[in-house]
Design a protein around this ligand. Sequence first.
Ligand code: IMP
Length: 220
Amino acid sequence: MTTILIATRNAHKVGEIRAILGDGFNFLTLADFVGSPNVVEDANTFEGNARKKAEDIARWLGQTEEAMRNMQVQYILADDSGLEVDALDGAPGVNSARYAALDAGTPGNSSDADNNAKLLRVLADVPGPRRSARFRCVIALSEATKGGSALETHIFQGACEGRIGFELQGRDGFGYDPLFYPQGSEKSFAILPRAIKNEISHRGQALGRLKQFFKQRARQ
Ligand code: IMP
């Protein structure tokens, strides 16, 4: 079975990635690796951040203790994702997790509640037809190598078009889910059943491409 280390500390993302990839993989997370570095997401693209997260962890793993390598990680998977709102010229984009914190000038991420409140506030005067948006997800998959050198990283992308609502709807999911209505739906991502979100979401699409990659590898 293929062993993948999911290099994120976001439990919601881990849950979705595991549900979408399903059986056939053995999953580890950063919680299994005490002392793993906290990667600073300072690239200005989703791809740059996803690649950085996967490759920094792959390098660290390659140089770390024998016992850790013995966990037989074959791939390191990182997800960088976010929301692009057309009326805001693509914001919050790569700043999605720290959107509200940007104003306060405080380092680190802000709570989902604060980010959603800010988004509603800045869009207060924007009418329905101009509230188009999309979620984007970039998955970087690095191959674990001894010593962490000569890293090979594969990139998979997904986007889900939709619009931003006028108030929070639903309690499931995470992040901007209660404000995001995928195209053609009257229900937000926080109301739609998990299986439906995972089928149509940005993350579902990117991971669908990753699954194809593994299928092709298995045939070679
Ligand atoms: P990062 O990839 O860790 O930089 O964080 C991505 C941020 O984008 C999250 O903290 C959420 O605010 C938002 N986001 C990404 N994917 C989703 C999703 O599927 N639903 C809701 N919000 C998301």
